[in-house]
Ligand binder design. Structure first.
Ligand code: SAH
Length: 339
């Protein structure tokens, strides 16, 4: 038997049933875990003591620890979270007046090796369990002292290479028995894993899909994102058309603006063409510079040009507001500095 954070709500219910325990006990446990953020069975005071002891033995509850926490002048907080196996990942809480967005990780490290990404340079360590993803959100919620309203799976890792665990985490985050965060306010970001996009299209909830495009020219994209270099852009476009036909959901494209890499007119033409026929929103992202990287952020002028052209062609385009720049906001940065 694995640790308790490995299980979905349904699986936990089944597990209790198999043990001959009443269903309300399972409910009590996941309320403690995923609503009250309990860190040990001892806190679950409405469970009989002997049951707590049995659970602690059979389904260990291993709480993560915050080993670094940085607070930006704009209120953004960034955390490095360490699990009991010694591995660590990052999470960011981004407050604004009407919302609290949490950017959580789905893996420790990442195998995708994107050339502009600090996590990509770190490499892959392991998949996170569903409960380990939810725990990040609970830590942020507790530390910020307010309800998390929006979620983005844009921390460390490629969510669609850990699909089943991410799916289970999304259920806990979305469920009334869990954090009760609206599906529409939950975004999953992928570098374009086809099988994952196809599966995600079938999910009944109205989750939002974000795709890291970064260039609609094959050669440029292959250079930036080597692990998806074998995927033709035409096929990605086709997969996204199918996704849209099934899900009826608008797609977000993430497009990092990198000087002299993907910010020229040729790239802009290709991007406009790629968006044609899709209902989408292009989120232009200012590049966060990472150590020892040759990449520089594009000029303000180029960003304006992209927005103007995209909007002129009927595609909504916005510049992502950069937050937490003073606390190593870029992917993988803080963790690498801490450890
Ligand atoms: N693997 C997924 C999700 C994690 S990365 C994906 O690729 O979408 C989340 C987003 O952060 C991606 O769009 C990624 O390209 C972006 N990102 C990575 N490094 C960055 C940097 N140095 N500056 C700005 N954004 C970065």
């Amino acid at each position: 038997m694995a640790e308790i954070k490995a299980y979905s709500l349904d699986e936990l219910g089944q597990l209790f049933k198999d043990k001959g325990l009443p269903q309300f006990r399972a409910k009590q446990v996941y309320q403690w875990l995923y609503q009250k953020g309990a860190c040990s069975y001892d806190e679950m005071t409405n469970l009989p003591k002997n049951l707590r002891a049995t659970l602690a033995e059979e389904l260990p509850l291993l709480p993560a620890a915050v080993i670094d926490r940085q607070v930006s002048s704009d209120g953004t907080r960034k955390y490095v979270i360490q699990f009991t196996d010694g591995t660590a990942t990052e999470m960011v809480a981004i407050p604004s007046q009407d919302r609290l967005t949490v950017c959580f990780s789905t893996q420790v490290g990442c195998a995708m090796a994107c050339s502009f990404c600090a996590t990509g340079h770190e490499g892959f360590t392991r998949n996170l369990l569903p409960g380990e993803m939810v725990e990040q959100v609970l830590i942020a919620q507790h530390d910020m002292g307010r309800r998390v309203t929006n979620l983005v799976a844009m921390g460390q890792g490629e969510p669609f290479l850990n699909y089943d665990n991410v799916r289970k985490a999304l259920t806990i985050l979305n469920s009334e028995q869990g954090l009760n965060i609206a599906a529409r306010k939950i975004t999953v970001s992928t570098c374009g894993v086809f099988a994952g996009i196809q599966k995600f299209a079938q999910e009944p909830e109205q989750f939002t899909l974000a795709v890291s495009l970064h260039s609609a020219i094959q050669k440029t994209r292959d250079e930036l994102m080597p692990k998806v270099a074998n995927q033709p852009l035409a096929e990605l476009h086709e997969v996204l058309c199918q996704y849209q036909a099934i899900s009826k959901r608008r797609i977000t494209f993430e497009y990092l603006m990198i000087s002299n890499m993907n910010d020229d007119e040729r790239n802009l033409d290709a991007l406009v063409d790629f968006c044609d026929g899709l209902s989408c929103h292009v989120n232009l992202i200012p590049l966060n510079e990472i150590d020892d990287s040759p990449f520089k952020p594009a000029s303000h002028h180029r960003v304006e040009r992209f927005i103007e052209r995209l909007q002129g062609s009927g595609t909504e385009a916005t510049l992502r507001q950069s937050r937490g720049g003073d606390i190593a906001g870029a992917c993988g940065q803080l963790k690498n500095k801490t450890l």
